[in-house]
Ligand binder design. Structure first.
Ligand SMILES: *[C@@H]1O[C@H](CO)[C@@H](O)[C@H](O)[C@H]1NC(C)=O
Length: 149
């Protein structure tokens, strides 16, 4: 690669990095969730939250998945664009009052606030299909093991 191209690549990386995603380590995520008041939030324990994010996004904040109804799920919690965030491509209730794109970067404080909003609805954590299919009524002790929580 010639050096002008290398410079261009480095510049692009530098410009893009604040908006780029991140794959969280399990214990790193657990500690952040705990510090954000997620332990026992609406009766949901840390193991349930981490099981949920594992199966929804593999802890990858860049995760995006399209649904058959035309909506898209965004970020580490796979927040839905029809109900909770707005992406301009479908009509949205925008329950969290946030552009979906903000749910893809490495800063998950807004994702956590939105997940708290989702879990305050009557369905609670049952709103997440991956939680129902992989976490509900399971032994989740391995999800928090050796993280010091
Ligand atoms: C995270 O998700 C993005 C978007 O799907 C993907 O491009 C990237 O490879 C994923 N990262 C890892 C480490 O799997």
């Amino acid at each position: 690669m010639s050096s002008p191209n290398l410079l261009a690549v480095l510049l692009l990386v530098g410009i893009c990095s604040p908006a780029t995603g991140k794959v969280y380590g399990r214990c790193e995520l657990i500690k952040l969730l705990k510090a954000s008041g997620m332990s026992g939030y609406r009766g949901v324990g840390l193991a349930d939250w981490v099981c949920l994010t594992k199966w929804e996004s593999d802890h990858n904040t860049s995760a995006q998945n399209h649904n058959t109804d035309g909506s898209t799920d965004y970020g580490i919690f796979q927040i839905n664009s029809r109900r909770w965030c707005r992406d301009g491509s479908i009509e949205s209730a925008d329950g969290c009052g946030i552009p979906c794109s903000r749910l893809l970067n490495s800063d998950i404080s807004d994702d956590i606030e939105c997940a708290k909003r989702v879990v305050r609805d009557p369905n609670g954590i049952g709103a997440w299909v991956a939680w129902r299919n992989h976490c509900r009524r399971r032994d989740l002790s391995s999800y928090t093991a050796e993280c010091g929580v």
